[in-house]
Design a protein around this ligand. Sequence first.
Ligand SMILES: [Zn+2]
Length: 202
Amino acid sequence: MRPVVLGVCPAAIPAAMALLLAPQAPLENVAVRTCADPGMAQQALPDASRTAAALLLTAGIEVRWQPCHASPAAILVFLSSAGAEVKAGKCGRARYGSTRGTGLVRVEVNCVATVAFDLSRQTGNPRLAMPRHADLTGAVIAHEIGHLLGLRHSARGVMRERLGLEDILALRDGRLTFSAQQSATIRASLGRDADMAVRRPN
Ligand SMILES: [Zn+2]
């Protein structure tokens, strides 16, 4: 099976779940400007952004999304509709900015769709046979933003190097999250206290 990528359906993470996972301490605010190729489906960007926001909330990050034409923000997310080639199983990449917490995230949405299609064909799992994969794209966005906020890859969760079938199903069940340690690392990297208590489900 082709190891997957990071990246899918906003409805999978209900708002109530996002609130349940949210830290009790004040959230960190991060401004993220979003742009997409003109040919992209109208709803792709907002749908992906919603999933990315729900995932980042589990790390204590509240995203302030800004339109493409807004003044420069700390992080720029660009959704590309370039080729569907899957390069080394990766559909997203992050380029660090001049300071921690800044930079560029680029996600190839057709690459994400290819990976999802391959997985659905290989596993026959009907939950992967979806016409759109904005939630998977949102997971890729959250993963790459995690890098810009100081995180490295981890064995599980959003920061796993390559999401597998189980991760995608976890995403669609609202069980894919950042860890409490990753939340603390982000706060430390942003120069805040790293001992924030994070409430998580058992
Ligand atoms: Zn990564």
